[in-house]
Design a protein around this ligand. Structure first.
Ligand code: ACO
Length: 439
């Protein structure tokens, strides 16, 4: 694997910092990556000064070294393994991106064919695994089913969970990328009472998934090439995003030595929240509630009023304090899809008005709240006939590529340790047990 170009280091940073805490002082080393902020290594701080650091929400804390994805939030930059997201979106495919994330380099023709063959030939579910679905309530949310199904995957591969064996690790990653679409489509079909389909290996990854989701046994599915293209693009854009909440969850669970299926199931659970992957579903619900372009201003006003507890879903990002580069790409695709599929969706007009109004509004400008990737992805999914409750599941299919890449990287990280944050204790100081008669 080629090493990142060290000439890319732009910042002049000290190689160490001194922290003085009362009488004591400690010299802490500073680590610098190929790009991005340098980090003060605080490992010695508690031993030397008795102090921990406090950083709720990890606003200023790096949890690992990683060579997979780079984000420059101020300048709206996203790169996978050094390749700008704009170039990958234009020239690559989701499966190639998955290979890149996992292996560090783009595949040559032979490597690409082998990878595609391996993924394609691990798409089937064990028949006993399919029967798990029937234990869920008929109206269960597909994300609830996906978490449960993925967590149980380890039970089918218990003889192949030797984390010391690189080939077993690689196969687990392939299995996850291959089977997540099959499981996701099955969860959806179960929830609407359709027979569960089998993967068709003559189709490529995204088209295969769309067939598994939408085709009924009684008639063939006619799929617009634009649908597969748009879905592939969305999968590329969602494939990884460095140490986001779900990926950090995968790594935290992975740090305990848990198997990769359990780690990815935990990642899916973390993704579910509306502050993370659940936002695309929340965006659509919000647009439906706003309903008409005339109601946009009152929604903006409500979002500015802290007491309302309402936020504009699909706006703002922890890292991008400029435009989200994925939102730029997806916005263009959103228009193409709607034009080509002949969808005239009034919600798009609401979305456009909302974007326009928020970008002009002092509250949003001052706080650098721009539309994020989820703002447009929901509208595209809706145009493609994907039901709202499946939006976060779609995100999970794509992000599985990133989760397995991070899990694989963590397995060979010589600095990896069990993740174990500390706390500021705010409970009672020691007190004596009081018997029932004294309470
Ligand atoms: N609408 C209105 N106000 C907002 C919004 C929003 N969407 N997002 C942030 N703010 C305000 C906050 O109230 C706060 O205001 P203040 O400084 O007056 O107190 C300020 O902007 C900073 O907000 P924080 O919550 O501190 O920002 P943080 O970086 O912690 O949160 C987050 C980022 C969670 C994404 C937030 O912007 C949000 O809730 N957005 C809506 C949900 C969403 O779209 N999530 C998807 C994230 S992208 C992804 O996972 C793919």
């Amino acid at each position: 694997m080629s090493q990142p170009d060290s000439s890319a280091v732009k910042q002049t940073v000290p190689s160490q910092v001194t922290v003085t805490a009362g009488e004591k002082s400690v010299i802490l080393p500073v680590h610098t990556g190929t790009l991005g902020n340098s980090c003060v290594d605080i490992a010695k701080l508690p031993k030397e000064t008795g102090l921990f650091t406090y950083d709720s929400g990890f606003m200023a804390t790096a949890s690992c070294r990683s060579a997979i994805t780079y984000i420059d939030g101020d300048n709206g930059v996203l790169m996978y393994r050094g390749y700008p997201i704009e170039q990958l979106s234009e020239h690559s495919s989701f499966l190639e991106v998955a290979y890149l994330l996992m292996n560090g380099e783009l595949p040559n023709q032979q490597e690409s064919a082998k990878f595609e063959h391996e993924v394609t030939h691990h798409t089937m579910m064990h028949e006993a695994f399919r029967t798990f679905l029937f234990g869920f309530r008929h109206d269960a949310h597909p994300m609830a089913m996906l978490v449960g199904m993925l967590g149980s995957m380890a039970s089918f591969y218990h003889n192949e969970l030797d984390l010391e064996d690189p080939e077993q690790r690689r196969m687990a990653a392939i299995r996850l990328i291959a089977k997540v679409p099959t499981i996701a489509a099955a969860c959806y079909r179960y929830s609407i009472g359709w027979p569960i389909g089998y993967p068709k290996n003559n189709l490529e990854y995204v088209t295969r998934f769309l067939h598994m989701m939408k085709e009924v046994p009684s008639e063939p599915l006619e799929l617009s090439p634009m649908a597969a293209k748009a879905m592939d693009l969305l999968f590329i854009l969602h494939a990884d995003h460095e140490q986001n909440a779900s990926t950090s969850t995968v790594r935290l669970v992975g740090s305990t030595g848990a198997n990769p299926y359990a780690c990815v199931a935990a990642g899916v659970a973390a993704l579910w929240g509306p502050a993370h992957g659940g936002a695309n579903e929340a965006v659509l619900k919000m647009l439906e509630e706003i309903g008409r372009p005339e109601n946009v201003q009152s929604a903006i006003d409500k979002a500015k009023n802290k007491e309302s507890g309402f936020r504009l879903m699909g706006f703002g990002h922890r890292v991008y304090k400029n435009f989200d580069p994925r939102a730029k790409i997806i916005r263009e695709m959103c228009h193409k899809v709607l034009a080509e599929l002949g969808v005239n969706d009034p919600l798009l007009e609401v979305a456009m008005r909302l974007e326009e109004a928020a970008l002009k509004d002092e509250y949003f400008v001052q706080r650098k709240l721009y539309p994020n990737v989820d703002f447009y992805s929901g509208i595209i999914y809706k145009a493609l006939g994907i039901p709202t409750e499946m939006f976060t599941v779609m995100f999970a299919i794509a992000r599985t590529a990133g989760w397995v890449a991070h899990w694989l990287e963590q397995q060979t990280d010589p600095e990896a340790k069990i993740g174990r944050p500390r706390q500021i204790y705010t409970g009672y100081a020691a007190r004596d047990y009081a018997g029932m008669d004294k309470r």
